[in-house]
Design a protein around this ligand. Structure first.
Ligand SMILES: Nc1ncnc2c1ncn2[C@@H]1O[C@H](COP(=O)(O)OP(=O)(O)OP(=O)(O)O)[C@@H](O)[C@H]1O
Length: 351
């Protein structure tokens, strides 16, 4: 494996001029502008292997788009080092452009008044894609993205989902090894979202295209990104797998067991009216019961899931067992709200 994105200590500070209110204030701002600094990205380090699919997650204004813009070379970093596909984006923008594709979900690089196919032809010339490569790629993308039904339709008449498929085709005409996607499923209905996700998974699996995407959609994260980077206020809060974040910050897990109805009915009830399971292992609690169903909360540290199932299995005639995992959205919200990771870091530092 080799790295396609190498970011070290990246910072971006915007200097924003604030206009004072009123006519006099406006004149004063002209002579003596009030300048404020906004730290959009702070000390960001990131290493992405070729072929990874990685999600950049964070609330509005966290610094996701700014990071991507620096990685494409359209924005100059204030400090830090940056290499993408072996190039320094800002200084080797043209070389880099041949190796990457970019799609901003809320904007399009297609021409509104032209049929989609004409936009694609124009982009072929603009990006100097050799004709046979263009033909091969177009043929493949037409099938994968099912473009034929609207290839001759002017872009302004396309639905949002069709336009996104057109934009993906436009970004992939030159076979880039890295694709940046900024909110690729924003505003799409469930069917269109599913189609885009399926396409991205195939692209990644079959062509090994590295995909870095920003999203607010937790289903995108669940379905597309084995690895996520969470940023807030320009700072990286977490970098790791979705499974790991759930285990570390998801709090308790829940097991729902369906017991034999007669066995369930024979259980004693405690003061809260919940069935008592004798000698429950430490860290496991009865949360709820309904008919033959019983909800147990536990942490993986208290008892691994399979051991808990085995423990129950030796005492009761289990009819069924399911697990309810914490929603990734809730876990991430807790991380923002509670700054859990920063707290952890501070605790480690003060030890
Ligand atoms: N050109 C600019 N000039 C001044 N400030 C900017 C500029 N671009 C971004 N910012 C500021 O930098 C911060 C990060 O913005 P950025 O667009 O990167 O966030 P984001 O995580 O992509 O947000 P969103 O999810 O809303 O797209 C914000 O405070 C924003 O106001």
């Amino acid at each position: 494996m080799s790295l396609i994105i190498e970011v070290e200590g990246l910072n971006k500070v915007f200097r924003v001029t604030r206009r004072r209110p009123g006519i006099v204030g406006g004149l004063r701002s002209l002579v003596n502008p009030e300048v404020r600094e906004v730290s959009a990205v702070r000390d960001l380090s990131l290493a992405v292997e070729r072929g990874e699919m990685i999600g950049l997650v964070g609330p509005n204004g966290a610094g996701k788009s700014t990071s991507i813009k620096m990685m494409t070379g359209i924005l100059m970093p204030t400090s830090g080092t940056l290499r993408v596909a072996g190039f320094v984006p800002l200084h080797q923008r043209r070389d880099l452009a041949a190796r990457i594709g970019v799609v901003f979900g809320q904007r399009t690089q297609l021409w509104w008044d032209l049929p989609l196919i004409d936009s694609l032809r124009l982009l072929q010339h603009l990006y100097r894609v050799p004709t046979d490569r263009y033909q091969d790629n177009l043929q493949r993308l037409r099938t994968m993205l099912e473009l034929d039904e609207f290839l001759d339709t002017p872009v302004r008449q396309l639905s949002l989902g069709q336009r996104m498929r057109g934009d993906l085709a436009a970004a992939l005409l030159h076979d880039p090894e890295l694709l940046y996607l900024d909110e690729p499923t924003i505003g799409l209905d469930v069917v269109a979202k599913a189609r885009i996700r399926e396409f991205l998974l195939t692209l990644n699996a079959e062509r090994g295209t590295t995909i870095l995407l920003t999203t607010h959609d937790m289903d995108d994260v669940e379905m597309l990104c084995p690895r996520i980077v969470i940023i807030d206020h320009g700072r990286k809060l977490y970098d790791g797998t979705v499974t790991d974040i759930r285990e570390r910050f998801g709090g308790d897990r829940q097991l729902v067991a369906v017991l034999d109805p007669a066995e369930m009915a024979a259980l004693n009830l405690d003061e809260a009216g919940l069935p008592t399971v004798e000698n429950l292992p430490a860290g496991v609690r009865v949360m709820q019961a309904e008919g033959p169903r019983i909800w147990l909360s536990f942490t993986s540290e208290a008892m691994p899931a399979h051991e808990l199932v085995a423990w129950l299995g030796t005492r009761y005639r289990l009819r069924d067992v399911t697990f309810q995992e914490p929603e990734i959205e809730d876990v991430i919200r807790r991380i923002y709200e509670e700054g859990l990771l920063l707290q952890e870091e501070e605790a480690t530092l003060s030890v």
